[in-house]
Every structure is written in C-alpha cells, then in structure tokens.
Design a protein around this ligand. Structure first.
Ligand code: SF4
Length: 234
C-alpha cells in the first residue's frame, strides 16, 4: 500500500473506517466538504496558472461534479480569498518517497498545493469552517519533510491558508520538526503494514485488528450503521 497523510490520519482516528475504505475498498460518498475542497483547489490552481477568475470558478464547479450544495457564489468567494501573487510557485506538486532508508520502507505520497521555486515555502489551501494550528497535526510537517528531501533543504516554511477567514497559520519547519513528522508517518505506516500481514493469515480477526473507535467523526461515517450493529453484538 502507498500511504498518504489522509490515509494515516484516518487510521489514527478510526482503524475500522480505514479498514473498510482502504482494505475492503468501500467507496465513501463524495460529501459537500470534500466536493467543495476539490473544486476550490482546482479553481485556485487554474487562477495561479493564468485562467480568468470566472472560468476558474466554473472549472471548480465542474471539478466538484456540480454538487447540489455548492453555489457559484460560495466557490467564487472562497477562490477570491486566495492571496495569489505573481510567481507564487508550482501548483499541485506531487511527491512519492520512502519513509526510511530501509529496502522495505513504506512509501508515502501527496500533492502540495503550492511550492515556491526554491522549495523555501509551501502552502495548503483550506476550506474548513474552523481554523486550527499548523502544528495540530503532522500534515504540513510531513509535506515540509518531503520538499526538504526533494530540494535538499534543512528548513521549509509551511502555511495553512484558511480561505473563509483569510487567515494563515504558519511555521518554519526545521530538520527536527520534519523528522518528527516523518517518524510519526513511519510509525503509523508500519503499524498498518503489520496488521495487514496478520489479516492475511487470520482474516476473521479484522474487527479486532482494526478497532472501531467512536468519536465525533462517526456523524459523517458511511459505515456507522454497520458499526453500530457490530458494537451492539459485541
Ligand atoms: S461509525 Fe465511528 S467508530 Fe464506526 S467505523 Fe465509523 S468512525 Fe469508526
């Protein structure tokens, strides 16, 4: 399995949901926040690459697959809040790297919204209704580590830009910060890999290996009914 921040993060929040989605392959429905995030990212990317605002917004609506809860106005507002400057950097920068030097190291990949030419700064656009601190999770630390590897840099400034609020949360990631995020990713990826190996041998142990972990996220979980029945039975 090739890991990503969102996969690792889903495993951490609920291993059973991770199991349903990434091991059993059940597709989760495209919710309003997911569709909005996808559309806004596409529109901002287009604008950075020279497409007019109105055309970029339209492309965003198409990318969001005309989700019924997304209006042209909301898309346009969010896109207009992105502080796009000339030569801001490359968009949707892909990375795919081993998480350690071991031959069997798990691979991690991701897309970074904006990376400056020298790799000194990265930006991730957020459409969230609630702001949080860039250090509240390992996403940008991990992305900074990836850019550090690719551009041979010991520091990378990471920025989370909350479009609704026109506010950013930023941090200059030094080698120790990047290493901390890499170690986190490696630890979670190794835990998943070990469980998958056991699962191959004893598939009936899936529910014990990948424990359902109730939280506020259950409200938006497509496996909630099945999960509730399972809890009741046990
Ligand atoms: S309902 Fe909650 S506990 Fe169950 S799989 Fe979904 S997120 Fe996990």
């Amino acid at each position: 399995m090739i890991f990503s921040f969102s996969r690792l993060s889903l495993y951490e929040s609920c291993p059973y949901r991770f199991y349903k989605k990434y091991i059993q392959g059940y597709e989760e429905p495209i919710t309003y926040p997911l569709a909005l995030g996808k559309g806004v990212h596409k529109a901002i990317e287009d604008k950075i690459n020279g497409v007019s605002h109105s055309e970029a917004v339209l492309n965003g609506i198409i990318e969001a697959d005309f989700h019924p809860e997304i209006t042209l106005e909301e898309m346009s507002d969010l896109v207009s809040h992105a502080p796009i400057k000339k030569n801001i950097g490359a968009t949707e920068v892909h990375f795919k790297l081993p998480l350690s030097e071991e031959e069997s190291a798990p691979m991690i990949q991701g897309y970074i919204d904006v990376v400056t030419a020298d790799g000194s700064k990265i930006v991730d656009w957020k459409t969230n209704r609630r702001r949080y601190d860039i250090l509240d999770n390992n996403q940008i630390g991990l992305y900074a580590w990836a850019i550090g590897q690719m551009k041979n840099r010991s520091t990378v400034e990471g920025n989370l830009y909350f479009l609704r609020f026109r506010k950013e949360s930023k941090h200059v990631f030094k080698q120790a910060d990047m290493e901390k995020s890499r170690q986190w990713a490696l630890g979670v990826a190794n835990a998943i890999t070990s469980k998958c190996e056991i699962l191959d041998l004893i598939p009936e142990e899936a529910g014990n290996l990948f424990l359902a972990t109730p939280s506020s996220n259950c409200r938006h979980c497509p496996f909630a009914i099945e999960c509730f029945r399972k809890f009741r039975r046990n």
